[in-house]
Design a protein around this ligand. Structure first.
Ligand SMILES: Cc1cc2nc3c(=O)[nH]c(=O)nc-3n(C[C@H](O)[C@H](O)[C@H](O)COP(=O)(O)O)c2cc1C
Length: 367
């Protein structure tokens, strides 16, 4: 659904930044230079990315951290208010808000996102999270439905309600299974005729939800082959349902002048100085309550979780990083997020060295 939003531009490989609103970003590490999610750092980062033509910023919605020495993700800027601030400090980049369906009433979310879409001149996106993290449900005093499908049934009604609020000009009644309301409306509607929708999930039900409702499924890639299969499945099945749904994934990027420097740095932050207690707890929770990673993938990915919360690792020289991103693009994915240990310090090198190589490969247009 094209519009002026950069999520629908012509770049073959769209790029975003993931989790800059969270303490340590995506790296479950104890190193001193791990990401500080201060407001100043976030503004610095969004402005650098905006100038470089990066398409989007994507936050993680997190309410309770994962413990360990660093209390990984114990410090988190709330995503809707974070998005509002970033939109106010940028010009072109799209900023997602990540919203848990279980913890946010549709009327409130519809109004919040419409408000910040006005604030940003039509640059907000919605990342829908159907829920999995049991300690957060416990904190909210809400039951995490044991049956996985029930989470998506609830999420569907939540989503339909938000869409109705964004498009309906007259007051209406909502008589659903999970929500009821009389004389409801939400004015103003978003500036964008179509707010980009991302659904972060990997399970069969998550994929189906994305195919019904989202513009993009945001999902892990384990290797190039599995990535290509995922894209094929999503494209074929969504086309059969008359929809066009792209696939995004998330990467961990370590880019250095030599391969040895990149490998050594990965080993330093994600092995020698990993916060293993937090890694193990995060993986245990994922294994218990989500179906995003298969049991085999989880068993083999402890190092990937330390390096970047399970993200696809891209480690090496600028040539190697550009080549790997090209291979990722060849799977048919529409784009990826990136995470660096210290985003704001590492992004300038990526911008200077890797972006021109991606442009030379025809994957992106120069700004
Ligand atoms: C790439 C990605 C990003 C996600 N971001 C968040 C998030 O910000 N907050 C959250 O609570 N869950 C997040 N999730 C979890 C999913 O929204 C979903 O609840 C979880 O994957 C369980 O659903 P599934 O079993 O259908 O995959 C994310 C999942 C993936 C794969």
């Amino acid at each position: 659904m094209p519009g002026t939003n950069p999520m629908f531009n012509n770049n073959t490989l769209k790029l975003g930044i993931f989790s800059a609103n969270c303490s340590s970003g995506m790296a479950v590490t104890k190193v001193e230079e791990r990401w500080r999610n201060s407001w100043e750092n976030n503004i610095d980062l969004v402005q650098q990315c905006d100038e470089a033509g990066i398409e989007f910023m994507l936050p993680i919605a997190r309410w309770i951290g994962y413990g360990g020495d660093t209390d990984f993700h114990g410090g988190v800027l709330e995503t809707v208010t974070w998005a509002a601030g970033l939109l106010a400090h940028s010009k072109n980049i799209q900023v997602f808000a990540t919203v848990h369906t279980a913890f946010n009433h549709p009327i409130v979310t519809a109004k919040q996102l419409a408000t910040i879409d006005h604030l940003g001149g039509g640059r907000v996106g919605l990342n829908v999270v159907a829920g999995w993290n049991k300690p957060e449900y416990d904190a909210f005093g809400v039951d995490l439905p044991a049956e996985h499908a029930a989470r998506y049934e609830y999420a569907q009604e939540w989503f339909d309600y938000v869409q109705k609020l964004w498009t309906e000009d007259h007051a209406f009644d909502w008589n659903g299974k999970y929500f009821q309301g009389t004389g409801v409306y939400s004015n103003p509607h978003p500036v964008q005729k179509h707010v980009p929708i991302l659904n972060a999930a990997a399970s069969a039900e998550g994929r189906q939800f994305a195919m019904r409702n989202a513009d993009f499924l945001f999902t892990p890639v384990f290797d190039y082959e599995q990535g290509a299969e995922t894209v094929k499945e999503i494209k074929q099945n969504s086309a059969a349902a008359g929809r066009e749904v792209g696939v995004f994934t998330f990467c961990t990027v370590v880019c250095r002048p030599t391969q040895k420097e990149a490998d050594d740095y990965l080993d330093y932050y994600a092995n020698q100085h990993a916060d293993w207690e937090a890694v193990d707890y995060l993986m245990k929770l994922q294994g218990m309550h989500a179906q995003s990673f298969t049991p085999e993938a989880l068993a083999g990915f402890r190092d990937r979780f330390a390096a970047g919360h399970g993200g696809f690792p891209i480690v090496g020289t600028p040539d190697k990083v550009a080549d790997e991103l090209e291979k990722l693009s060849a799977t048919g994915i529409s784009g990826t997020t990136m995470a660096f240990v210290d985003y704001a310090k590492e992004f300038p090198y990526f911008r200077q060295e890797v972006l021109p190589r991606l442009e030379a490969k025809g994957l992106r247009q120069p700004v």
